[in-house]
Write a protein that binds this ligand. Structure first.
Ligand code: ADP
Ligand code: ASP
Ligand code: MG
Length: 422
């Protein structure tokens, strides 16, 4: 009997009516002869609501002890939605049981609010499936070696689902969400965006890491590592649509490149507003400076993304980099206390009103002039580029956040990604 994992996002679980629909859809799959494991997110808005309550009460400093409690709190959202789904399935006449991450257990490291899954014990799930039950496993959460509840970072239910699918060697993992697949860019920003029938694993990895929230990056990494067949599709189709049609809908993440090579050079545009830019001006231009600055930042466990160093003038240079916006204040603090005194400069500038816009496509490997086409499209809109970073299959620019939507639309047009007009 094929084993299928379904994941339902927050909007798909957003009301009792929607949960009932999810239950009907899952029951249809089970009745069609599949073993079913379902991974739900919290009902939409619930994680935000819980974290907002915590924010009202929290001390100013983000400590490990605080993060532990944030996880303890946020994990309740998925526990509630999972139990509700099991109840709705029972009302459909199906045998169903739900488990919190710690009950499975899904073992993670102890990095509260951004934990990584280390292993999944699938024995309980297999036992229930063998008894004909539909098994619900909470998304977003796990437990560390000492029994503390952890969460996997925002959007982490995608990763739970793919990890469960990998552990169970599922035949397919279907990610049901509020759009009907992966688009050339966020269809909420560019209504003309086109759904991709397939997207290569590498492109999906880049798009997710560059800000396309449709899949959490770690879920794509898991899918690649364990070759989990992965599809993104809509939970808003009628639950009783033909199951074969449903199984072919949405976007399939492919691991074969050949068929794709002939396609568009640029497959998608990603963007995010999650970063902040920091510049240190008038830094002595000598060996070891980048290490002095970024070493201290890394020691504070802060990830750095785009980095640029200007050419030197009179033995001095300017050094800029971006970090996650949540880490902005902490990074400034580290620089002021640990780095600037040793560098002999106090010229530190920060900008939290930036965004990063990226073009992604495996065709970029074999084509030249793609970056310049990107820069031309931006210049025609009068958008100033502050930083650039490239890799084999993507080019990213950092720009003023107020031009983000304009830039995404201009690039979408420039690379002919719009819906072909009929
Ligand atoms: P869920 O709650 O189901 O996990 P998310 O909100 O996390 O849903 O992800 C789905 C959203 O991702 C869509 O509503 C869409 O606005 C956004 N999105 C961003 N980039 C893309 C893209 N390239 N294709 C499809 N959706 C995208
Ligand atoms: N509920 C969590 C969040 O809102 C996890 C998820 O939805 O994937 O981030
Ligand atoms: Mg999500």
């Amino acid at each position: 009997m094929p084993l299928i994992v379904h994941k339902y996002g927050g909007t798909s679980m957003g009301s009792t009516e929607r949960i009932r629909n999810v239950a009907k859809r899952v029951a249809k799959w089970a009745r069609a002869g599949h073993q079913m494991v379902v991974v739900p997110s919290a009902m939409s808005g619930e994680t935000n609501r819980l974290l907002a309550l915590a924010k009202e009460l929290a001390p100013p400093k983000q400590t490990d002890a605080l993060c532990r409690e944030l996880d303890m709190l946020a994990a309740t959202g998925e526990q509630a939605s999972s139990a509700l789904l099991a109840i709705a399935l029972q009302a459909e006449g199906m045998e169903s049981v739900s488990y919190a991450g710690w009950q499975v257990p899904i073992l993670t490291n102890s990095a509260y609010t951004k934990a990584r899954i280390e292993s999944i014990d699938d024995r309980k799930i297999r036992g229930d499936l063998a008894e004909g039950k539909i098994v619900i496993v909470t998304g977003f959460q796990g437990v560390d070696d000492d029994g503390h509840i952890t969460t996997l970072g925002r959007g982490g239910s995608d990763t739970s689902a793919v990890a469960v699918a990998a552990a169970m060697q599922a035949d397919e993992c279907l990610i049901y969400t509020d759009v009907d697949g992966v688009y050339t860019t966020d269809p909420r920003v560019v209504p003309e965006a086109r759904r991709l029938a397939t997207v290569s694993f590498e492109e999906m990895l880049e798009m997710a890491s560059l800000g396309s929230k449709v899949l959490q990056i770690r879920s794509v990494e898991f899918a690649g590592k364990y070759r989990v067949p992965l599809r993104v599709l809509s939970s808003f189709t009628p639950w009783d649509i033909d199951i074969q049609e449903e199984a072919r809908s949405g976007t399939l993440i492919t691991f074969e490149e050949d068929e794709k090579m002939e396609r568009a050079v640029v497959s998608g545009i990603a963007f995010n507003r999650d970063e902040a830019k920091i510049s240190i001006l008038g830094v002595p231009d000598r060996p070891g400076i980048a290490y002095n600055i970024l070493g201290a930042v890394a020691d504070a466990n802060i990830e750095v993304d785009v980095i640029i160093q200007n050419i030197s003038k009179d033995g001095k240079t300017d050094f800029s980099f971006t970090v996650h916006r949540n880490e902005y204040a902490r990074t400034m603090d580290v620089l002021k206390t640990k780095v600037l005194p040793a560098l002999g400069t106090d010229r530190l500038e920060g900008d939290t009103r930036i965004c990063k816009v990226s073009i992604v496509g495996i065709g970029m490997r074999s084509h030249v002039g793609i970056a310049s086409k990107m820069f031309r499209a931006l210049s025609e809109e009068g958008i100033n580029i502050q930083m650039i970073s490239t890799s084999e299959i993507k080019t990213s620019v950092v720009i003023d956040e107020k031009y983000m939507e304009l830039a995404v639309r201009a690039l979408h047009r420039a690379f002919d990604l719009e819906q072909p007009s009929s």
